[in-house]
Design a protein around this ligand. Structure first.
Ligand SMILES: C[S@@+](CC[C@H](N)C(=O)[O-])C[C@H]1O[C@@H](n2cnc3c(N)ncnc32)[C@H](O)[C@@H]1O
Length: 336
């Protein structure tokens, strides 16, 4: 790690995905992402169960035999493992080809059915799912200077100190103008172009099926005026320092990602909703079991109560329930 000043995109790319990077180094992250923060995947197996139902529904619509389940930014393969377990435990499900797309190495002992790869497989049909991937795709940060001119923010690797660099121009300036205009001095934005391109590429790998991105998100009508760039380490939010010691993340302009997919010319039907609505549709609600169950089936009551608590966490306002769900049906008609 050096003392040089760089834009946030280059600095975060090295800090997260370089040889000694936060997501690559088994020393820094021996337990993978789960050792540093809790995603919906870790919060409850109900999440994997819901994805299993989503996959089963898409397989039924596609009616093509084997369906791919592509998990982009798969961590240690926890979601795929959970989905396979849910399918194995349920009534006869679809024949699934699971792919983990991940920059980190394949963890030992992973289900041998899971193929570990660096890029999404091209030309598959099925479900492509990306839970908290896009917020980890590095982006440039811009800040309006004293005259209101957006400039790139440069960061020092060693301690995370920042200074303003050159004015933002070209495609980045056009993106800001369209998706996250800055005017008042001190306002900041994260320039989501690499996420737009990454997501459009991932969706483009599907010949037919459903692509879903789930992430911390904001829309054009409610961008946070000072941005959302932050760090996580060991379960705590920390100041983002791009030295490989912590996660570096920023919420996602999912509306811009959606437009990039449409503009790439794919045959898609797009929906942007939140996790609360999406999971409710998949049968994950926060309703408590009836109290009468406690007397007729005490063990069943306790199990149902625990599940209701987990569902409530996954769908909570001000928490995971506010996450954005961006869904693209590729080569499929509007749902009936
Ligand atoms: C926040 S973690 C989420 C892990 C998992 N999806 C979950 O929800 O628990 C983001 C993961 O995306 C991976 N990742 C980031 N960029 C990637 C890329 N371009 N290709 C593959 N994996 C990537 C990181 O290595 C990390 O494991």
């Amino acid at each position: 790690m050096t003392d040089e000043w760089r834009g946030w995109r280059e600095a975060a790319q090295a800090a997260l995905y370089g040889d000694e990077g936060f997501y690559r180094s088994p020393v820094r992250s021996p337990k993978g992402p789960a050792g540093h923060f809790r995603t919906s995947v870790h919060a409850s197996p109900l999440f994997a169960g819901a994805v299993a139902r989503l996959l089963t529904g898409i397989a039924r619509e596609l009616n093509t035999g084997t369906v791919a389940l592509v998990d982009v930014g798969a961590g240690r393969g926890e979601l795929l493992t959970g989905v396979l377990e849910a399918l194995d435990a349920g009534p006869e499900g679809p024949d699934v080809a699971p792919y983990a797309v991940e920059v980190a190495a394949r963890p030992p002992g992973l289900d041998t059915r899971i193929e570990w790869c660096a890029e999404p497989p091209a030309g598959v049909t099925g479900l492509l799912f990306a839970n908290e991937w896009l917020d980890n795709v590095p982006v440039e940060v811009a800040e309006a200077d004293a005259e209101g001119v957006p400039r790139y923010v440069e960061v020092r690797t060693s301690d995370g100190a920042e200074r303003l660099g050159a004015p933002v121009t070209g495609a980045d300036a056009a993106w800001l103008e369209r998706w996250w205009p800055l005017s008042a001095p001190g306002e900041r934005a994260e320039i989501g172009r690499p996420r737009d391109a990454g997501w459009a590429g991932a969706v483009g790998s599907l010949t037919a099926g459903l692509a879903v991105a789930v992430d911390y998100a904001h829309g054009r009508d409610a961008r946070p005026p000072f941005g959302t760039l932050t760090g996580f380490r060991g379960g705590r939010e920390v100041r983002p320092v791009p030295d490989g010691s912590c996660d570096v993340t920023a919420h996602v302009a999912l509306d811009a990602c959606a437009a990039a997919v449409t503009e790439a010319g794919a045959d898609v039907r797009t929906e942007l909703t939140d996790q609360r609505a999406a999971l409710r549709r998949l049968g994950v609600g926060g309703d408590r079991p009836p109290l009468s169950l406690a007397t007729t089936d005490p063990a069943g009551y306790v199990t149902a109560l625990a599940a209701a608590g987990e569902a409530a966490e996954l769908t909570a306002r001000g928490g995971l329930g506010d996450f954005g769900w961006l869904l693209h049906r590729v080569g499929l008609p509007e749902p009936g």
